[in-house]
Design a protein around this ligand. Structure first.
Ligand SMILES: [Zn+2]
Ligand SMILES: [Zn+2]
Length: 130
């Protein structure tokens, strides 16, 4: 199991080290949500992630089956519920432990920040990976 937490520590979760995919998303939504050049995220079935502390300190933006979940006390971005609630996209910066998986590609490079230069050799996709 991998541990994750928000900045202030009020919310903690565990997730299996069994992510199905991982990527870096450069879309304008992820840039705004993270305040960063891109969002590294890793996808896994929702039931493989469990909140272990701070369930009542979650701030959920969006719908039950499609949202961004944060700590309501410190605002840290923890994960998004996606794909009709079947998957979560863990914001990899919220992981305390290092997962086995590494991001394998860049997506939405067509809308990436002009001031950011991709310097790795990973495949790039203008929008979703095909
Ligand atoms: Zn917090
Ligand atoms: Zn995105």
């Amino acid at each position: 199991m991998l541990e994750g937490r928000c900045r202030c520590g009020a919310v903690r979760y565990v997730v299996q080290d069994a992510f199905r995919y991982a990527a870096k998303c450069h879309c304008s939504g992820c840039r705004a949500a993270t305040g960063s050049a891109f969002k590294p995220f890793a996808g896994i079935e929702r039931e493989k992630l469990e909140i272990t502390q701070g369930l009542d300190n979650l701030a959920i933006f969006g719908e039950e089956d499609a949202n961004d979940t944060r700590c309501r006390l410190c605002g840290s971005f923890l994960f998004s519920v996606v794909r009709s609630s079947e998957y979560v996209h863990v914001a990899m910066g919220s992981l305390v432990d290092a997962p086995t998986i590494r991001p394998t590609h860049h997506i939405f490079v067509g809308s990436k920040a002009e001031w950011f230069e991709i310097t790795d050799e990973l495949p790039q996709f203008d929008e979703h990976a095909v």
